[in-house]
Design a protein around this ligand. Sequence first.
Ligand code: 2BA
Length: 109
Amino acid sequence: MKLILAVVQDKDSNRLISALGDKEFKTTKLSTTGGFLKEGNTTLMIGCGDEYVDDALGIIKDNCSQREQMVAPISPMGGNADSYIPRPINVEVGGATVFVVPVDSFFQF
Ligand code: 2BA
């Protein structure tokens, strides 16, 4: 058995959960925050048999889009903040950052 941890954008999460549910995958949705943008994103926990991992990855790929997002950079530490002119930068966010980890044991009491 594997545990798939998929960090996705909030905008994609409902569609993705529905698509996974349609194929009988069970999901748990966690509200998470990206360390870089400090904005909300969604992490899905998906427990499934090893033989279903590729199917799940395909559904995640099909339902998560890459987007560009403008970010205001943080002013430099210890630098001269007076002369610092923050210019927004474009970062590419998503589609999905996915970890597949082995599950030692699985219990439902
Ligand atoms: P964030 O950490 O908020 O990152 C959002 C996007 O900002 C990233 O998209 C990436 O394009 C950019 N980014 C991140 N760190 C950067 C840096 N030091 N310099 C320049 N740009 C940077 P993704 O790579 O698609 O990641 C989306 C979200 O997935 C991340 O949100 C984070 O919540 C999660 N994530 C990505 N890699 C991870 C990892 N190795 N471990 C745990 N979570 C991860």
